[in-house]
Write a protein that binds this ligand. Structure first.
Ligand SMILES: Nc1ncnc2c1ncn2[C@@H]1O[C@H](COP(=O)(O)OP(=O)(O)OP(=O)(O)O)[C@@H](O)[C@H]1O
Length: 490
């Protein structure tokens, strides 16, 4: 080993007195977490019009209406929360929108302005359930490999698939847990892995049924932050949620609130409080707006459901900015002044009470009609700024282009999405992937392995003992048959 003095070291590395000026510290910026390697997908706007869902209860003639003619619009690039009291119909709406429920439904669901094709829609969407459906005996890396092998077509090479896995795990902060068994992950990590498994096919529409249930407040925040990030990437992210904290609530872009199967608010989360205020529903300044709107929907502040449903036209209206309810506010102010004047003039008091709500509403609606976004009209065709043409490049990836012409509602989707094939891989390939996975489960689950081995040996021994030494006796044909039968069965 060389005798190497400290002075020599400084000199060699230009760190001595003379070299100090030459030292250039290099600051390497942290790489932003991105999902660059995923297959390209077109953004999808979803709209539903006059959705009614009925179920038959007990007696066949008795039908229960769960959703009562609701409309709404879910845009790409936005994180939308579906909220409402328990039993309001949130899960039902989510199941219908995600294509899980398809019968007993009236009304329509459109995708980028065109009638929804369920088979195409299923390829473009992902539904992440409340309870994480993970295989506990696989590591994170193995679960992701199985997902890429099942969900991606054969045109993706192994290297490309691995890049995708690395990309997703890095983005979802799961890289350091890639060798951990999924059963050992924490609640938040399991939720992130469920999302990671779905992200493999990069679905532009993602549904989440109560993604924050069972998570502590900090993990809830991380989870919603992740959903927000996915939405910021151009995806349409929709989730049902039970009374989020004020901090979580303001992370959502859009809110869709249901009460008794009807829409009581649709619009920006920021506009909720001022909108309610125009209807004389004042959210106390110290109160969480999310809790307040649930309380109002539950009827804790009086019965305002009808007023809200009519003001928002059961979801046909969308409160995006203060301009969308300016007319309502002006009208309410005017009515307040009129009421005050009527009292001062000591006019007939019945007029005052009569004009309180029902009369106002007709006038308000008249003003609102001209001022708020009419989503039903909008979704009949694509608005020019939202119109997209999706073409495929030579690799078959979808390329998105913005078309300013009016007539482009029939956007082209990538070959993979529009192909009549239900799955991107062949049935034989799927069988092979699932078989390998099952063998890995059996290998890892020793209790099951030992039990099976023991059971096979025991049954073999019993059958062997029962039919011992009968093979050469011609009079024992039936016993031979019985032996063959039991051997085949076991
Ligand atoms: N198949 C069905 N038969 C009878 N009633 C049903 C059926 N499906 C849903 N419901 C009823 O419809 C209503 C809405 O159910 P849904 O699960 O959509 O409510 P939710 O808003 O998601 O409630 P929670 O927040 O408690 O999960 C409930 O009253 C439920 O009992």
């Amino acid at each position: 080993m060389n005798n190497y003095s400290w002075e020599q070291f400084l000199e060699n590395n230009n760190l001595g007195n003379g070299g100090a000026a030459q030292v250039k510290p290099q600051i390497v910026p942290a790489q932003p977490k991105t999902l660059q390697h995923l297959p390209k997908r077109p953004p999808v706007d979803l709209a539903f019009h006059n959705l009614t869902y009925r179920v038959k209860e007990g007696n066949r003639s008795n039908a229960k209406t769960i959703l009562k003619g609701v409309s709404g619009r879910l845009r790409s690039g936005e994180l939308t929360a579906i909220m409402g009291p328990s039993g309001a119909g949130k899960s039902t709406l989510l199941n219908i929108l995600s294509g899980y429920k398809t019968s007993n439904i009236e009304g329509s669901v459109t995708m980028n302005g065109a009638e929804r094709n369920l088979s195409t829609f299923r390829k473009l969407s992902a539904y992440i359930m409340q309870d994480n459906q993970l295989h506990g005996n696989l590591t994170v890396q193995e679960a992701m490999t199985v997902a890429t092998n099942l969900k991606l077509s054969k045109k993706f090479t192994k290297v490309e698939k691995n890049s995708m896995i690395d990309d997703i795990l890095l983005t979802l902060s799961l890289s350091e847990h890639r060798n951990t068994m999924t059963r050992n992950l924490s609640g938040g990590q399991k939720k992130r892995l469920s999302i990671a498994l779905e992200l493999v096919s990069n679905p532009p529409i993602m549904f989440f049924d109560e993604p924050t249930s069972g998570l502590d407040s900090s993990t809830c925040f991380q989870c919603i932050h992740l959903l927000k990030m996915l939405a910021a990437g151009g995806r349409t992210v929709i989730c049902t949620i039970h009374q989020p904290s004020a901090r979580l609530f303001e992370m959502f872009d859009q809110l869709y609130t249901l009460a008794d199967g009807q829409c009581v608010y649709q619009g920006s989360t920021k506009q909720l409080v001022p909108f309610l205020s125009t209807l004389n529903l004042e959210c106390p300044s110290y109160h969480n707006p999310a809790s307040y709107v649930i309380e109002v929907s539950c009827g804790e502040h009086g019965d305002h459901t009808r007023k809200l449903v009519e003001a928002i036209d059961n979801g046909k209206r969308d409160i995006r900015s203060s301009a969308d309810y300016a007319g309502l506010k002006a009208r309410n102010d005017l009515v307040k002044v009129q009421n005050l004047k009527a009292i001062l003039d000591k006019n007939d008091l019945s007029n005052v009470s009569g004009s309180k709500y029902e009369d106002n509403l007709t006038l308000n609606n008249g003003l609102l009609n001209g001022m708020v976004n009419d989503i039903v009209k909008d979704t009949n065709g694509l608005a020019p700024q939202q119109a997209m043409v999706v073409t495929t490049n030579e690799k078959g990836d979808a390329m998105i282009d913005v078309d300013k012409s009016d007539n482009c509602a029939t956007a082209l989707l990538s070959e993979e999405i529009t192909s009549p094939e239900r799955y991107p891989t062949s049935q034989f390939h799927q069988f092979w992937v699932v078989l390998k996975r099952t063998l890995l489960f059996s290998y890892r689950d020793w209790t099951l392995m030992y039990l099976r081995l023991f059971a096979h040996l025991l049954v073999g021994f019993l059958i062997g003992a029962l039919y011992y030494d009968i093979g050469n006796d011609g009079a024992q044909v039936l016993s031979n048959l019985g032996f063959l039968f039991f051997t085949c069965c076991s």
